[in-house]
Write a protein that binds this ligand. Structure first.
Ligand code: A3P
Ligand code: MG
Ligand code: MG
Length: 368
């Protein structure tokens, strides 16, 4: 660990390309829950979607703008909820909040962000960290640039953001065997999530992840056994690739993100809808997650991503554990990184503040 600035803890963002892949246990589903359009939590399968394949993979002509005037968005609700639903999921699962069960708890998207940091050129990040009962909780904090970008999104940008959700509607159904209801308004706030447990090196992790669709011809039973055996699929959209430069960027950035996001939850397949600039999907393509690194050749290396994640979690954990004020669960360490900067730095905000993210209802519900 090095120090820069006002003795702020810091770590270098550099991993040698020949790094070895750290030990990573197969992630297992330990619980699940649903969120409705108003982001209300239910410890059940109510929002689970089943994959529905079209008869052919080409000449689809799916319009991702279809019904867009009736869309139900949820940006605002999502941006305020931090890790509340993960915490609800942990409480509902009955899993103990203790380092023996997991010493790290967070959302999968945050881990994806950390993993792709060594190759990221555009977006920085801020991560808030607090400790409670010996467990380290991590929570993404919107950076000022991300906030500015979100607040200034125009209608065209909102439409681009919507296209991915509309594609999910074309590709999935809530009843296996029944066709997708593409004339219904898309509800962008609905989610089905799983809690995963795994081990990276010697550290146990629990994280929550939104799962797009399950591949099953029959409805799943509302029980953990069915979920543990279920095979999920990730749905994505991408601008169709028309030149070498587009193909290279697709491999360099999109495939990196897709690999990291899905490797973490043991999802084996991704279906991508290739669209044009007007939002028309003509064909879909299948990607095997384990083959993605080969497609991307030398543009990025999975072991670099996973080693950096391992190093960051060690650094954050050590920083927080060595700080006596972190025994207060409202104390927050804020770790920041910006593209082009070779260090992640941390600063501490002691006691209750606008950054505190572990809610009172969670702290008082944890018993034993
Ligand atoms: P695409 O990824 O196909 O563009 P996910 O693929 O992770 O399940 O996300 C589903 C969709 O949510 C995305 O589809 C995109 O439409 C939207 N989405 C995800 N992250 C977003 C973000 N940070 N900003 C805006 N829209 C986002
Ligand atoms: Mg999703
Ligand atoms: Mg998706």
């Amino acid at each position: 660990m090095n120090s820069i600035g006002k003795n702020r803890p810091s770590m270098r963002v550099w991993v040698k390309p020949s790094a070895t892949f750290p030990p990573f246990a197969q992630p297992m589903v330990v619980s699940y829950f649903s969120l409705d359009q108003d982001r209300r939590f239910a410890p059940d399968l109510s929002q689970l979607r089943y994959m529905h394949l079209p008869r052919q993979a080409e000449s689809l002509g799916w319009d991702l703008n279809h019904g867009i005037d009736n869309v139900q968005r949820s940006d605002h609700a999502k941006s305020n909820e931090r890790i509340d639903n993960l915490l609800r999921g942990v409480l509902a699962s009955g899993l103990a909040v203790s380092p023996e069960v997991a010493s790290i708890m967070c959302l999968r998207g945050l881990l994806t962000k950390i993993m792709t940091t060594p190759y990221e050129q555009n977006q920085g990040w801020e991560i808030l960290v607090s400790k409670f009962r010996g467990v380290i909780f991590l929570c993404a904090q919107e950076t000022p640039e991300q906030r500015r970008e979100r607040m200034s999104r125009d209608e065209a940008q909102k439409r681009f953001c919507h296209w991915g959700f509309k594609f999910e509607q074309y590709m999935s159904t809530d009843q296996p065997g029944c066709p997708p209801e593409v004339d219904m308004p898309v509800k962008e706030g609905e989610e089905f999530c799983c809690l995963f447990r795994t081990k990276l090196n010697d550290r146990r992790l629990i994280y929550g992840a939104e799962m797009d669709a399950v591949t099953s011809d029959v409805p799943l039973e509302d029980c953990l056994e069915d979920l543990m055996l279920a095979e999920f699929i990730e749905l994505k959209t991408s601008r169709k690739l028309e030149c070498v430069r587009q193909e290279r960027n697709f491999k360099r950035f999109k495939l990196l993100n897709w690999w990291a996001q899905n490797f973490l939850v043991n999802v084996a397949h991704i279906i991508c809808g290739f669209r044009d600039d007007r939002g028309i999907v003509d064909n879909i393509a299948f990607y095997k997650v384990e083959e993605i690194p080969k497609l991307a050749k030398d543009l990025w290396v999975p072991a670099v991503c996973m080693t950096f994640l391992d190093q960051f979690l060690s650094f954050a954990t050590k920083t927080v554990r060595e700080c006596p004020q972190s025994n207060d669960p409202f104390t927050v360490w804020r770790f920041r990184w910006e593209p082009g900067v070779h260090f992640v730095t941390g600063d501490m905000i002691a006691g209750r503040s606008q950054y505190s993210f572990l809610p009172d209802w969670f702290l008082s519900s944890v018993v034993g």
